[in-house]
Design a protein around this ligand. Structure first.
Ligand code: 26V
Length: 808
């Protein structure tokens, strides 16, 4: 099939037949669903590859600026449906398959999620690839081809256990191996320096080499013209070491090979918590060195010189995990291109930019210097020199304030600080929501901000809303198209037009019907998977995100316990039926988080056993929450729980997915909730809790969680249930943590949260008001499109232009 011309049903059918017979030796009549999935995948992949080639030809011809997005995680989920949708081929595919008596929807279900990420950071990277391709930017994402993605979660009596996620059987359909672009990565060994006249030779000797083999995944934009590539590196031993063989050390040779391949075995499953393991550092350098070598190679093959690198290349570091890109670029320029330090440093810092994604102290990456030096001896030398020069400059700029300079140094007290390296080596540092970017300037990077104010920027996160609205919620999409035209599918700001219908009773009723249909669908799935019968007329109150104390799933649980008590004491009270839906994975070693999961499940069991409450309040804990589960869930939510302690959640993006599907946010003024509030106004969001500055003052004045226990009978009752035990298990660890430290002020925010829930309970009954609120959330969600975020990165940070014009 040819690119950029419409594909007919006949052509599609022929191509599919050809794939089935050529690759799998079957006729359509004899093929099973898995074979159909693979054949369809190969067919779509070919089309994407052609389109990418076309697009790339134009990039080269126009000498467009390349954007490289480096990230240890890309939480892609499934691809088939998204690819067909963006190529405009979904209807044709559905018809062709139905002629063969096959349902496209069933084929979708065969695809495993590409779960190469933990949560928000990785899903953002995936949404950004969609935005980059749609905006026609010349873009590549770089990451690792983990053999095992985020673990599969299994709950055994409420306790999380982890199973390996072997996604490649099935997920590999989308990957095109590019062995010609293999590069070598050097670890360990030591440095030999020599002088040859004026020339300083630096050489890493006795190193261990690992090969990085790239696998490409194509990501089409909305109209299928722009195509981004996600290049995933896989670690491979560079052939058996003949020296060791000859010395008869067969076992050591095989062992070293196995060691090499461990690098891309598995994704580290902890979110917002650093992992001081040397394997993690190896993964980081492996990603960085392979990607930077590739970027330099691509640039030199077109321009033959690095002197225009900042004009033609932008490298975005997604968090500090790929920060070694800075010294790696320096290494190549100094050691392999023979450039001088000043020139190299100028090019590097004008090319690299850094996005921070968390202010949690536990997530700030630091490495013991001795480990760093032994694993990466040359990179260590370069980081030392970057640090020496930067410290000198900062000493001058601060008028000799050695305390401040020590805070900002890259190496201090035997530790290498990746955040400081990222700030020093980048021309731009951005946070991911307005509040978060302000907090970076006020606290985490305050000293840097006073010296280099022009570096600090904000780009509020956004989502690939064609996935999260158009594909996931077809009925709502149809209603929107009918009322405001199809323009919103490529220009999210047009969603605003939906606001005009706020008083149109028919539209509000249609909105309610669509929500109910989505709730029925989700209820059916829940019943099929867990046997729990859910009432689709109950309020679907949803909290889905990684499990962490700062996100306060336990605040949600305490409120449910309080509500339980209240119903027991007031059997005739006006409590609307509620279904509390949770979905979250805990880091495998995060004990308290696992206990919170078990507590939620046990409360659920307790409610279910009690005939007096079970029809009023119910808990559903969705096992193995992931992108594909989210796609069915978001359209069915009434209430979006965004209840982190103010000042802790950098942005949140689930809040945007829920909002655009018409859920009402019940939240604190944290992260992007602040901007959601501004977009919808006071009447269309339910806010509660301490503000970020109030959190600071309360901390400063000495926070005592016991006070709240003593003053609120419902809170006291709920906390006491934790020690009495729920369904035979006590939760004293959670209780003690809350009573003694309560680092995220659950106790302080409980009362106002309780009040906010009462308000939700009341207004949900006023259907017109509720539906109108829902409408305003959909209408106000336009600014949270990843297309808008990408346009801001391109304009304010990358200085990159779209490659295609209207005529293309
Ligand atoms: C840290 C580490 C430490 C080493 C082990 C693996 C690992 C994985 C991830 C992280 C940092 C995660 C930071 C993160 O996910 N931040 C989230 O980023 C979202 C996108 O910007 C944002 O919406 C969330 O608020 C923020 O928590």
């Amino acid at each position: 099939m040819k690119v950029n011309q419409t594909i007919t049903k006949q052509q599609f059918r022929d191509a599919l037949r050809q794939k089935l017979s050529h690759h799998f030796g079957v006729q359509p009549e004899n093929a099973d669903y898995d074979t159909y999935y693979r054949a369809l995948g190969l067919l779509v992949r070919d089309i994407l590859q052609d389109k990418r080639k076309n697009f790339n030809d134009q990039v080269r011809e126009k000498e467009g600026k390349q954007v490289y997005y480096l990230c240890m995680e890309f939480l892609m989920g499934r691809s088939l449906k998204n690819n067909l949708y963006n190529l405009g081929l979904e209807d044709i595919a559905r018809e062709v398959l139905s002629d063969f008596d096959i349902k496209l929807e069933n084929i979708y279900k065969r695809e495993p999620d590409a779960g190469l990420g933990n949560g928000g950071l990785g899903r953002l990277a995936a949404c950004f690839l969609d935005g980059l391709a749609t905006g026609d930017y010349a873009a590549m994402g770089y990451s690792l081809r983990y053999e095992f993605g985020i673990f599969r979660q299994k709950l055994v009596d409420g306790w999380q256990t982890e199973l390996p996620d072997a996604w490649l059987p099935g997920g590999d359909v989308w990957l095109v191996k590019r062995p010609n672009h293999t590069v070598e990565i050097k670890f360990d060994g030591h440095i030999k320096e020599s002088w040859d006249g004026n020339y300083h030779h630096v050489e890493q000797v006795d190193y261990n080499a690992v090969e990085a083999v790239p696998y490409d995944m194509y990501v089409p934009g909305a109209d299928g013209k722009g195509v981004a590539v996600l290049r995933l590196w896989s670690a491979c031993a560079p052939g058996l070491d003949m020296n060791l063989f000859n010395q008869g050390d067969y076992i050591r040779a095989v062992e070293r090979d196995a060691m090499a391949e461990v690098i891309t075995k598995v994704l580290y499953p902890s979110d917002n918590h650093r992992e001081g393991k040397s394997l993690r550092l190896r993964q980081q350098y492996f990603l960085v060195s392979a990607s930077i070598q590739d970027i330099i190679h691509r640039h030199l093959s077109q321009y033959g010189s690095l002197s225009n690198l900042p004009d033609k290349v932008a490298i975005q570091l997604n968090d500090t995990h790929p920060a070694l890109a800075i010294p790696e670029l320096m290494r190549i320029m100094l050691d392999e291109c023979g450039m001088g330090w000043e020139e190299a440093w100028d090019l590097v810092t004008r090319t690299v930019a850094y996005t921070n994604h968390t202010v949690m102290a536990e997530a700030l990456e630091v490495w013991p210097e001795d480990l760093f030096q032994s694993l990466l001896p040359r990179i260590h030398q370069i980081v030392q020199e970057i640090n020496r020069r930067a410290s000198e400059e900062m000493m001058m700029k601060t008028g000799g304030n050695s305390q401040k300079v020590s805070n900002m140094a890259i190496i201090s007290y035997g530790m290498v600080k990746m955040a400081n390296l990222s700030v020093i080596g980048s021309h731009s540092v951005n946070g991911v929501s307005q509040l978060h970017s302000q907090i970076l300037k006020d606290t985490v990077f305050h000293d840097f901000y006073t010296l280099y104010p022009e570096k600090f920027k904000n780009v509020t996160n956004g989502i690939a809303y064609r996935r999260w609205l158009c594909q996931s919620n077809p009925e709502l999409t149809q209603l929107l198209t009918k009322l405001i035209g199809p323009g919103f599918t490529t220009d999210a700001s047009q969603l605003q037009k939906f606001g005009k219908f706020e008083n149109d009773k028919t539209v509000l009723a249609e909105l309610e019907t669509i929500k109910r249909n989505n709730k029925v669908r989700l209820s059916n799935t829940i019943q099929r998977q867990s046997g729990i019968l859910v009432d689709p007329d109950s309020i679907f109150d949803v909290q889905v995100k990684r499990l962490h104390e700062y996100k306060r799933q336990h605040l949600n649980a305490l409120h449910i316990l309080a509500l339980y008590q209240y119903i027991k004491e007031n059997p005739n009270a006006d409590v609307k039926p509620h279904t509390f839906i949770f979905g979250a994975k805990a880091a495998p070693g995060y004990y308290l988080a696992k206990q919170i999961i078990q507590m939620i499940c046990k409360i659920g069991q307790m409610l279910e056993k009690d005939p007096q409450v079970r029809d009023l309040i119910k808990i559903v804990y969705l096992e193995d929450y992931r992108v594909t589960v989210a796609e069915e869930l978001m359209p069915a939510a009434d209430v979006s729980e965004q209840i982190s302690l103010a000042g802790t959640e950098a942005s949140g993006t689930g809040n945007m997915k829920l909002m655009i599907n018409g859920a009402i946010t019940l939240g604190t003024l944290d992260g992007a909730n602040v901007e959601i509030h501004r977009a919808v106004g006071d009447d269309n969001i339910v806010l509660f809790g301490l503000k970020a500055d109030e959190v600071d003052s309360l901390k400063a004045s000495g926070y005592n969680p016991m006070v709240y226990y003593n003053n609120n009978a419902y809170l006291r009752g709920a906390i006491d249930m934790l020690s009495r035990g729920i369904e035979g298990t006590d939760f004293n660890d959670i209780r003690n943590s809350l009573m003694n430290k309560d680092p995220y002020m659950v106790m302080a925010d409980f009362e106002d949260y309780h009040r906010a829930h009462q308000y939700i309970n009341q207004i949900y009954g006023d259907r017109d008001t509720w539906n109108k609120m829902s409408l305003h959330n959909i209408a106000g969600a336009g600014i949270f499109s990843a297309d808008r975020s990408i346009a801001e990165y391109a304009g304010n940070i990358w200085h990159a232009q779209p490659i295609l014009t209207k005529e293309d």
